[in-house]
Design a protein around this ligand. Structure first.
Ligand code: PAF
Length: 280
């Protein structure tokens, strides 16, 4: 596996592989890799000749500097995992390779997708994500790029950014990979204590209940039940909403011709956990 440590080496690598007519699949990450990332590469391998990943903890998408400081950095281990996963090359840029003019986000019009959920709780987050993903896609020039459905709103926003910038890449969502307990795999799980990790299954279990309640209860009744579950737990619910899967707008009623998704964000101590589930 090639480790490409700056933009110049990446550009040379991409040029060579494009000349050879290789189809490139790309999955960007912020490192602290786990099996959820590996499933992105597995999916990418089925549809591409050359698999490229990147590791870059992007400062502009952290609205909370503490979260940025504490973001797990496990580069040596990540490189081993990538090699084992059969990734062909990993781009590990420095900030200057992505932000030559300083750490600033671009401003995007995501058609309102960024006004919901994470957008409300993490101001500026999606402009940061859009900026780094657009720049990585411009540099890597993949045919296909892969993102996990765990960050469903991020996936929708990246699709919107690609539609608006007309970048020639197809964006694919990959199903959330879960631990045996149902906890969605996430780099942040590394920061949970053993006890919190066990208890964190409350998020998945609640989503499964919501899927059942969705068939018989109103949005209001479902919300009350979810809030009660979290009040009786060691987790602090930041938000629970049921949203239209396309617009990501919260719904108060269910309409037959629409698809819905439930979203939960909860804190275990200072660790912010996020998950979602398709409902119908
Ligand atoms: O989901 C992530 O790991 C990050 O938000 C991404 C897409 C790599 C951009 O920094």
């Amino acid at each position: 596996m090639k480790v490409l440590r700056n933009k110049k080496t990446l550009v040379d690598y991409i040029e060579r592989h494009k000349e050879m007519g290789k189809k490139i699949g790309f999955a960007p990450t912020m490192g602290a890799l786990h099996l959820g990332h590996i499933s992105l590469y597995e999916t990418a391998k089925k549809e591409n000749d050359e698999i490229i990943s990147s590791i870059f903890v992007n400062p502009t998408q952290f609205n909370n500097p503490d979260d940025f400081e504490k973001y797990p950095q496990t580069l040596e281990n990540d490189l081993k995992l990538l090699e084992k996963a059969g990734v062909d090359a990993v781009y590990v840029p420095k900030a200057i390779d992505i932000y030559p003019e300083g750490l600033k986000s671009k401003h995007y019009d995501f058609d309102g997708l960024d006004n919901e959920m994470e957008g409300k709780y993490r101001p500026g987050h999606f402009d940061g994500v859009g900026t780094v993903v657009e720049e990585l896609l411009r540099q890597v020039q993949p045919h296909n790029a892969y993102f996990g459905e765990k960050d469903y709103q991020q996936l929708a926003i990246i699709k919107k950014m690609v539609e608006k910038t007309k970048l020639p890449v197809k964006i694919h969502g990959v199903l959330t990979l879960r631990e045996n307990s149902g906890l969605a795999m996430s780099s942040r799980n590394l920061r949970l204590t053993e006890k919190q990790r066990k208890e964190a299954t409350i998020i998945y279990e609640t989503l499964l209940k919501v899927k059942e309640w969705f068939k018989v209860l109103s949005v209001k009744e479902i919300k009350e039940r979810v809030e009660k579950i979290f009040q009786d737990s060691n987790f602090e619910l930041e938000y629970f909403i049921i949203a239209d899967e396309k617009t990501l707008k919260e719904t108060d009623f269910f309409y037959k011709d629409k698809s819905y998704r439930a979203f939960i964000v909860a804190y275990a101590g200072d660790v912010r956990l996020i998950d979602n589930m398709h409902l119908d």
